[in-house]
Design a protein around this ligand. Structure first.
Ligand code: KIV
Length: 270
């Protein structure tokens, strides 16, 4: 499926090699050991233990109430269930407002939650924090576009970067995060052209969700792509369970569609 063998753990270097080779990176969220095992066994390169667990697992209205202890609990479960995938764990809302807090909280995610990398939302305002985390040997994944932790400031879950000025600012944010030492970037709900421009402008791998087909890889919330999220499925997601006999088959179908470029299709893009 990818150029890492099923025995070798995926590392930051694996993802960099995949970007250079033009090989798509398949990524999914997971929050528990049994589904993490299944995702891992299907050859998914990156598992994100997202703070989306606040909505998906805890049934809350947003990601804002998720605590560091919640993240540690779920990250540790995912770590027990997975062997090969690189595990990226979200730093929850307000746990990285100062360098000191960010260092202490990221260290807990790595020590107690066995995270390989931590993910922070934001651009210029977190560049100094990203720099200090990276300088201490903590791999960082940035997150630009729709920032769920800022949903109330953004005025809802909507596509970001449609206007020229906003698009330019996002491109500069991506460059700033990379210069500060970020190793990976998630782009959420961003127009196709802007996502392509950002992906080409940075050397770190870029993983899209609702960001079109031209990012280096794709991520979906596992429950969305299994079609079990209550309510309306987001436009950028697809029910991979349809026509499949098992969760394992659905995850494999997703990985294949990411690898061969058939997902996302135009109807999943902005
Ligand atoms: O919290 C989350 O699940 C995420 C993914 C959308 C990448 O940030």
């Amino acid at each position: 499926m990818s150029n890492h063998t099923s025995q070798s753990p995926v590392t930051r270097a694996t993802l960099e090699r995949m970007k250079q080779a033009g090989e798509k990176i398949a990524c999914l969220t997971a929050y528990d050991a049994s589904l993490a095992h299944l995702v891992d066994a299907a050859g998914i390169e990156v598992i994100i233990v997202g703070d989306s667990l606040g909505m998906v697992i805890q049934g809350k209205e947003s990601t804002l109430p998720v605590t560091l202890d919640d993240m540690i609990y779920h990250a540790a479960a995912v770590a027990r269930g997975s062997q090969h995938a690189l595990r990226v764990v979200d730093m929850p809302f307000m746990t990285y407002t100062t360098v000191r807090d960010a260092l202490q909280n990221a260290a807990r995610l790595m020590r107690e939650g066995a995270a390989h990398m931590v993910k922070l939302e934001g651009g210029a305002r977190i560049v100094e924090i990203v720099h200090d985390l990276a300088a201490q040997g903590i791999p960082v994944c940035g997150h630009l576009g729709l920032l769920p932790q800022s949903v109330h400031q953004l005025g809802g879950y909507r596509v970001q970067g449609r206007e020229r000025e906003a698009a330019h600012a996002m491109l500069e944010d991506a460059r700033g995060l990379e210069a500060a030492g970020a190793a990976l970037l998630v782009l959420e709900c961003v127009p196709v052209d802007l996502a392509r421009e950002i992906t080409r402008a940075v050397s770190m791998p870029v993983i899209g969700i609702g960001a079109g087909p031209d990012t280096d890889g794709q991520v979906l919330v596992l429950q969305d792509m299994l079609g079990i999220t209550p309510g309306k499925r987001p436009k950028f997601s697809k029910d991979f369970m349809a026509g499949q006999g098992s969760i394992q088959d659905a995850v494999q179908a997703y990985a294949k569609a990411v690898k061969d470029g058939s997902f996302p299709a135009p109807e999943h893009c902005f």
